[in-house]
Design a protein around this ligand. Structure first.
Ligand SMILES: [Zn+2]
Length: 439
């Protein structure tokens, strides 16, 4: 049973919408356990998995694996196909997830934007919508906006909510997954203890998963991006704020109150600028998108030679600072270099504590690339303990702006697919939807 030690025997999947791998309900027998384990190995294998590979990975005989595979084929969640990655000759037959077996919704709520997607069971996004949004409007308005957009997207495909199998949602605050709510979120006024998951479940009559956005970024990158196949990863989301999503031992680590990974509130200087959280001198107050924008505005008014002086100071966001830096503005570059150094110092601390194999830098500000990542790498080299530092790869995300959205998709599929695997000969819920955009 090599590799299966991350299954928990305590929790029910619908009550505890998981992380990365299926959590085995108490009333499942060994055969079901193996079936769901096999399903996860197939879904995260990348290019599909042969029966032989599956038997090797699970430490089971070919015969035992055949029983499991037949069961999965009967449920139509899995299908057999010719491998697309065979080097030459006749391609071997591999097991893959049947993408057309169902459809899920995914929602990434940020502080100032919302992205909504429709995706198939292979977590491929078919349709996507993104617009400006303010999380400060509170749960009623924000959830109603999400509902309207999702309904409209489905209608355009001739579908309705009942055609979805599950919806995954990410929000920018500490999430207690079991309760389906956020607790004391610094940038989500009005959301504290609001029953997010229960409200959506009532409204849509579907299983809903709720996670912190940085957690989902980590999950998306772990499943389909820069953290693929890794056991321990940290995803650092540098957006308006700075947060970290942790995957430890192939499970999302949220902590006791869902507040793990709040790297943005590590103190850099106890007498530093005031932070959103009420403390002074947090990392976020130096290196978050808001802080970078403020420094850009200050620079524009300073009288120094800078491209930012050409525009109204109040219009300057982190994006403008990044653009000026890209165009060679030395002062703008200095702002980002300093932000990178502070982020690197915090990451060095995180690496010393958790010893991950990959640290993935994501979020809007990370799109500037080397200007930010070079000082991050340097600070880590200088400050992390040798053993941890030598074992870690620091990279930018592969999924770009979509890490969180794809993480939300992975969570929705998690719930949907394991339920579907229990239904034999079930008709596929949705035929192929018209593909507008494919990741
Ligand atoms: Zn803070």
């Amino acid at each position: 049973m090599i590799g299966l030690c991350y299954y928990s025997l305590k929790l029910h999947p619908e009550k505890n919408p998981l992380s990365t791998f299926f959590w085995l309900p108490v009333d499942y027998n060994v055969k079901s356990f193996n079936k769901h384990a096999a399903l996860d190995l197939i879904r995260f294998s990348g290019a599909g998995m042969s029966r032989t590979d599956l038997a090797d990975r699970m430490g089971l005989t070919r015969a035992a694996v055949s029983l499991i595979v037949n069961d999965l084929l009967e449920s139509r969640v899995v299908l057999e196909a010719e491998s697309r990655s065979a080097p030459s000759g006749r391609p071997p037959i591999v097991l893959e997830i049947n993408p057309e077996h169902g459809l899920v919704g995914a929602i990434d709520m940020g502080a100032t934007h919302i992205s909504i997607a429709l995706a198939d069971f292979a977590a491929r996004i078919h349709q996507e919508s993104e617009f400006q949004f303010d999380i400060k409007d509170g749960p009623e308005i924000c959830l109603a906006k999400a509902d309207q957009t999702l309904q409209k997207m489905l209608k355009e495909q001739g579908l309705s909510i009942s055609d979805l199998s599950a919806v995954g949602l990410g929000v920018p605050g500490p999430v207690i997954t079991e309760a389906g709510m956020v607790v004391a979120p610094p940038i989500m006024p009005g959301w504290d203890h609001y029953p997010i998951r229960t409200s959506l479940e009532k409204m849509w009559k579907l299983p809903i998963t709720l996670n912190n956005d940085a957690e989902l970024g980590a999950l998306g990158e772990w499943a389909y991006g820069a953290g693929r196949g890794e056991k321990n990863i940290a995803y650092i989301k540098v957006g308006s704020g700075v947060g970290a999503g942790l995957i430890l031992n192939q499970q999302i680590y949220g902590g006791t109150m869902g507040a793990a990974g709040e790297i943005g509130h590590l103190t850099i200087d106890e007498d530093g600028p005031l932070c959103n959280c009420g403390n002074h001198g947090c990392l976020e107050a130096y290196a978050g998108g808001h802080a970078i924008a403020k420094q850009g505005q200050f620079l524009a008014k300073s009288g120094k030679r800078t491209l930012l002086a050409d525009m109204p100071a109040e219009k300057i966001t982190a994006l403008e600072v990044a653009e000026a830096a890209r165009r060679g503005d030395l002062h703008a570059q200095e702002i980002l270099r300093r932000a990178g150094t502070y982020i690197g110092i915090a990451i060095a601390g995180l690496i010393n504590l958790f010893n991950p194999s990959v640290v993935i830098i994501g979020g809007g500000v990370s799109q500037v690339g080397d200007i930010l990542t070079v000082p991050i790498r340097q600070a880590v080299r200088e400050r992390a303990m040798r053993a941890s530092e030598q074992g870690v790869r620091i990279t930018t995300g592969m999924l770009g702006r979509r890490s969180v959205l794809i993480g939300a998709t992975v969570q929705a599929v998690n719930v949907a697919i394991h339920v579907a695997a229990e239904n034999k000969n079930s008709a596929s819920k949705v035929a192929v939807i018209e593909t507008m955009e494919v990741n």
